[in-house]
Design a binder for this molecule. Sequence first.
Ligand code: NAD
Length: 358
Amino acid sequence: MSRRILVLPGDGIGPEITDEAIKVLQACQRQGLDVIIDEGLVGGSAYDVHGEPLPVETLDKAKASDAILLGAVGGPKWDDIDDLSKRPEKGLLGLRKQLGLFGNLRPAILYPQLVEASSLKPDVVSGLDIMIVRELTGGIYFGQPRGIEERNGERVGFNTYVYSASEIERIGRVAFEMARKRDKRVCSVDKANVLEVTILWREIMERLAEEYPDVELSHMYVDNAAMQLVREPKQFDVIVTGNMFGDILSDAAAMLTGSIGMLPSASLNERGQGMYEPCHGSAPDIAGQGMANPLATILSVAMMLRYSLDEPGYAARIEGAVGNVLDDGLRTADIAYPGTQRVSTSEMGEAVLDAFAR
Ligand code: NAD
């Protein structure tokens, strides 16, 4: 049976970069990949048409698809919407929640051709290949009770950091399974010296490790993990952590690779259904100018083929094609430096297609 892919271009540079990614998907189709590609509205563009950032029609299509490719949402045009539930980012959060996308995979890979783009010294980062597995639907971002209230004549803000054993176990399994396909090492990041919830986190990870004797488990406090990421990032293989720590560490890891325009991500649920998107936002400052780097979105297609459609062959060919265009010296503005050939969004997309077909 054909698998269904829903493309949600979103706002800003979203439509430009997803156009290029769709062309790559269509090239796979022409070579035998059996998928049906549909499109929908999300974010500000959906709000403009339906008055909602996540229209029912889009949600229904998303639920019926095997995988979703999302561009990006948001932009100044919608920053003044008073009703927060109508803001573009609510479309994204709604999709994550409604589909139960609890497992966020964020690879930080440094392409050898881009080693000069990193803020760290080449010998510290060259060959970097880390996978951060972040819990996405729980933890302090969602815990109850939360709020701001008056206590003893003073305003007090509070949130609740909570994880159940089952939530920890399911994200732990994603990390251990992932490590099995890589260098077989998981580093669990917590703050077990201070926070009870992460004492439980550590206990569950220890218990899970018994089921994965081929994978080496280590633990690290989050403050040390932040330090180690910039000191000696190559020591890590898979990092697994909760929602907030993962939010911060994965952005730091992303920057080690030099350009946010190169980084894909995946968010998976228990059925293997996934949403794939570049790590960056809608870049309103360059939208419509043909300057955006489409490679993060194209690499998100590769992740989709690998993790939701079980097509590692096509995934590897797309990743190889991206490597080839970088070898050829082609660069969008964000990764260009003297001696390379500056190309537009669509020229970069075309070059990947050519390399894919070779
Ligand atoms: P951003 O990631 O959109 O842009 C940050 C900087 O990186 C900008 O200078 C931009 O031009 C550049 N950039 C980003 N992607 C690029 C690409 N593919 N090629 C070349 N350069 C690129 O972050 P921001 O400026 O903080 O946010 C802009 C909007 O995006 C906001 O409305 C924000 O809410 C939204 N946003 C959406 C998502 C998402 O949809 N997942 C994530 C983050 C931010």
